[in-house]
Structures are given as structure tokens and as C-alpha cells.
Ligand binder design. Sequence first.
Ligand SMILES: [Cu+2]
Length: 576
Amino acid sequence: MSHDAVPAWGNPPAAASRPFRWKRLVLLLVALVTVAAMAIGALLYWLWTDAKVSTVGKAPFDNALAIPPLAEPTVEKDGTRVFDLRMQAGETEFRDGVRTPTWGFNGSYLGPTLRAKRGEKVRVRVSNTLDEPSTVHWHGMHLPARMDGGPHQMVAPGATWTPHWTVDQPAATLWYHPHPHGRTEDHVRRGLAGLFLLDDDASGRLPLPKRYGVDDLPVVVQDVRFDGSRLAGDRGLMQNVGFLGDRTMVNGTLRPYRKVQDELIRLRLLNASTARTYAFGFADSRDFALIGTDGGLLQRPARMNRIQLSPGERAEIVVRMKPGERVMLRSFPQRNYGDEWQRRFNGGDDTFDVLELRAAERLRPSPELPGTLVSAPELPDGEQAVEARHFDLKRSGINGRAMDMGRIDETVTRGTTEVWTIRNTNGMPHNFHVHDVQFRVMEVNGKTPPPELRGRKDTVFVPHGVTMKLALRFTGPADPDVPYMYHCHLLYHEDEGMMGQFVVVEKGRPAGGPPPGHEGHGGHGDPGSPGSHSSHANQDDHGSHGGHQSHSTHPAHGDHDKEPAPAGQAHGHEAG
Ligand SMILES: [Cu+2]
């Protein structure tokens, strides 16, 4: 620094004191800068170290794991399984003596496990007793767009929405959750989520662990943070992925354990967190067998010791237990999550103990896992694609556009296969979920995908620097007026606008348009009346049992639903 600059200062009162004052000022400034730098350094150090979360060894896992009850449907004469789901507010005692305001289906938190078999007709009476509109989306389900429960099928407070469809896909672990545009994160975080398990004849014959709640355990994983008695929902300073909790729950149970009595235990893992990605494994890093992904069983079990699941993804794993042992299901740090900053401040460095399995002293023997689970997973063939589309993931929107309820972004032709290229150069992790379909991952950065991405998928993790090629087949039914969604399933991003809409149309037909102004409209006007829903039906033209008498009132395009693929032929065809 040059001393010549000294006289430039203002109006010095007395010439004699000038040099002294200048020195003192410099010293003061140096001291201030040093203190500020140290304070900032200390703050950054504190933020950096504080940002890394671990619950390993913090507290004993001494709460018995809750198992969501299996919903008991009423079965109508034609075999239709009718479920009731009531969205309701309540209070849940996650911690002894502390009542936390929550939402749930048919209870105060989460919902029952729905279950149906391929070929069965399903109807769900979804009633909303909350004080705000919501929706229920059937994540992973192949069904008509107006049954999908996306943001266009709002259920007003006090209203009932009654979607129905024919289950027309392989055995899988699906789930359901709200999807109101702009409010999804809030509704899911408060507790609205549940499993929807699908069965089929082929999987029923396999010697897999399949006794629900015994050797076949639902594992719905969510991260939470408590603000006093309430569930917190705020984002930290540098959290650009959305809300991140400081502890995890399984099926709404904090620090859970489960006693098991069989050698082989199947875990149906669902990441129902709003923003957090997990890398599941066991504390001793033992191998497990991955047997299924989002949309069904893999062709053969794949042995591994980690499975990464971003929000919305599922995995079915089978782990071998030794008599009398305790083993912890854990989520480990993730190197592929992003740069050091992202990993530290957005959850990639975190470690969570998730669920302790306590084996009995004597275990029932389990049959060995079959070498082949399905002869050929039902996956689209990218070679047959007639259309290529590109999706650039940015927090500000997909392909540079934020979600607009009134805009159809893509129009696809029923019965065709397409290749979608998903790219993330956004510096933060995203994922990608497509409604209605289960797709094939063809390539990850130009390479053959790893085993966990070779099965049926509806949601994939796409961290920064990853480009994925997907093959998708759209079998309909066509509906030019009602769109399906594709979006980032980090729900904060989705709510901000990382979502787009596609319609499935008959060949050569244009897209219609969703009706304008959906906010709060009453869910397709069939509150409570069990017959009126049929006017929307076209899916139940599938399959062989009788069907609804009101079909004749429906406009003709229901007839086009008959698919060329064997998947359309309901039950019976697998019997051979
Ligand atoms: Cu995202």
C-alpha cells in the first residue's frame, strides 16, 4: 500500500495527529479484517462439518417396526376390487409423549398397502377430508390418463374421486401419493404415501419370500426433522435439492427394529422421501440379491452390496440372515452425487442407520433363490423406436420451460416406441419419472447400464454429468385431452416447475388440450356416485369379464384399447 495516498482522506482536524491516526486506522482495519476472516472461516468450517449428518451409533434402534396394514377391498360380482382411501389430518406419536400433526390415508400417517393381481379390475374411492384440494397418483401404474391422479385430477375438500382400471402389468412394488401442482412436496412430507403391490401368476409360483410382514417386508423410507413437535419442512441455507431431514423413519417408525425368523428376508425398499437419495446396504457390507426394480422382477437375481434409490424409486432385495444376529440396513455416502459442495450440503456425504433386523436363534430354512425370475422382462425395444426426444434437466424447468398446466409439451402416438435422452448438466442432482410406462434404460453415458438399471424402471437418478437413453413404449389408451406427466421426482424441483406434460393420441391425431383453470376443481365431478365414473372409462374394455353396463354411453374410442401386445390379454395367458 502506498503512503502517498494518505492526504486523500477527508478533512483532517489537526495536522500533528495525522500519522498517528493513520497508523491506528490501518491497525484497526487489519484487526477487523482478520477477525472477520476468522469468523467467516469458523462459520464456513462449522457449516461444512455441521452439514454432514450421521445417525450411526447415535441411539439404540428399539422401536418395533410398524407394518402398514393390507387394505381389505370389497370384491364385486365381476371381480372388481374396490378400495377406500380417505385423506385425513391427524396426529402421530413418533416420539413418546410428543404428538405431531400429520396427514395420512385411513389413519394419521402413511396409508394401507393396496394389493391386486394382474388382470384384476380395481376401483379406488378416494375421499378428501383435508381442508385443501389434493390428488392421488398411482406411481408406476399403467392406466388411462384420467385415472392417473396427476395434477389434472384434483379432488376438492369434501369430494370423492373414483378412478378405476384393469391391472395390466407384471408383479411389482408400486406406490401412491398426492400430485397437486406446486403442493406435492408438502402433501407427501406430511405423510400421504402408501404402497400398491401387484402380483401375477408367474411370480406367485416362484420360491421367493412372499409372506407380507413376515419374510416379505415393506420398507418405506423417509427422512424427517422435528421442529418441536412439528415435522419441519424448511430447506437449509445451501440445500438446492429441497428439504433434507436429520434422521430417517421406516413405515413411520423412528429407530426401528424388526424380528425375523426366516433365513431369507425380502425387503421392498421405497424411497418415499421428498428430496433425499439413499445408497442402501448393510452395516457389514454383506451381499444381497437385487430381485426387482420399480416395475417388476429382474430376469435373474443380481448380487451387490449397495443399491442407490432417489426419491420415488423402489428396489426389492433379499438378504440372508444368520441365527441370532442383528444387522443394520444403512444408507451410505454416495460418490456419484455431485461435486464436494453438493455432496456435503445436499446429503451425498450423509450416513443413516435405517432398520435393524434381529434374527431369531432358530431360523426357518428358506428355499434358494431361483436362477431365473422372469423369462424375459417386459421391456420396450429401442430398436423399434419411431421418435427420439431430448429432455434437458434444469432446476428452472425441463428443456428451458417451467411447467404450465395449460401446455401440452409432447404428443406421442399410441402403440409406438420412442427413445428419450435425458441429460443433466445442471450442477445438482435430479431424477426423472415418467407416468404410465415402465421403460428400459438403454445407455448411461453411452455405456451399458449396470444390473440395477436393466429391469423395468419408471424413475431414474440422473446426477450432474449424466446422460441416459431410455426406451419407452406407449400402449394407451389414447386420450388427446388428458396429459400424463414427466418430471423430476425431487418434489421441491417438481413443485417449482421441473415437470412437463405429454398426451397419447391415435396415429396422426392432434393433441387436444387440458381444460383451463384446474385449481380446486372437484375431481371430474363424480363425488360419491358409484356409477358416474364409468363415463370416463375406457380401460375396462380390456379383459374378459363382463364389464360395466354403462359402456354403451361412452364415445367410441374405448374400442381402440385392444392392444396388439400380449400384455393386454388380462389373466390366463401366462398359465402355460
Ligand atoms: Cu430435480
